[in-house]
Design a protein around this ligand. Structure first.
Ligand SMILES: Cc1cc2nc3c(=O)[nH]c(=O)nc-3n(C[C@H](O)[C@H](O)[C@H](O)COP(=O)(O)O)c2cc1C
Length: 188
């Protein structure tokens, strides 16, 4: 049994990536769970604000949820061939202060996925995230990948993942990641 935490890198109501994450929560193997968190409302990182008031409460709360999870599931859009600033900004706040990085991220299993109307399925964005996982000392699961291109044809208007092949691939990804997460917990 694994208790996973999912974060979408999009704030948009009709986001493909948030929809993909919701589908992942449905398809997680029985006995495990994927709780979906949001980065809505996280301010832009500002070193002056941090020096004056510390890390915002909302960021501390999300840090605690990550630290309690057995693994992180990231659904990332791709912007200009790389990661979206909204999610990078959130991860940057979550990595403050540096003394907490080990507790929150160190050795923690992480997997990414991503959806785009474009052809390459967020390959470049997901590749860019690898540098960040390394900086935070995370443990990325790389055996299976999910690059969802042509997303406009794969989701219903209500945001349900309707394409059966993509659902199967997502289910396999979640199955593999749960097994990996169970076997690769950071020492407490
Ligand atoms: C600033 C910006 C840059 C984008 N750059 C890319 C890109 O490099 N590759 C790509 O596949 N899609 C790109 N897109 C399109 C996004 O994939 C599309 O808006 C997608 O719906 C975003 O994910 P979401 O639906 O989860 O919000 C870009 C969109 C924006 C707003």
């Amino acid at each position: 049994m694994a208790e996973l935490l999912g974060i979408s890198g999009s704030l948009k109501t009709g986001s493909y990536n948030t929809a993909l994450l919701r589908a992942a929560a449905e398809l997680v193997p029985e006995g495990s769970a994927l709780d979906v968190a949001t980065v809505h409302g996280i301010p832009l990182y500002d070193g002056d604000e941090e020096a004056q008031s510390g890390v915002p409460k909302q960021v501390e709360a999300l840090k605690a949820r990550i630290a309690e999870s057995d693994g992180l599931v990231i659904a990332t859009p791709e912007y200009n061939n790389s990661m979206p600033g909204v999610l990078k900004n959130a991860i940057d706040w979550l990595s403050r202060p540096p003394k907490d990085i080990r507790r929150v991220f160190g050795g923690r299993p992480v997997v990414s996925m991503g959806a785009t109307p474009g052809a390459k399925g967020t390959l470049l964005s997901q590749t860019a995230w690898l540098q960040v996982w390394r900086a935070l000392g995370m443990r990325p699961w790389l055996e299976t990948s999910l690059y969802v291109g042509g997303a406009g044809k794969l989701f219903s208007r209500e945001g349900a993942l309707t394409d059966m092949e993509t659902r199967k691939r997502l289910e396999n990804l979640m199955k593999g990641f749960v097994a990996f997460a169970k076997q690769n917990q950071p020492p407490s």
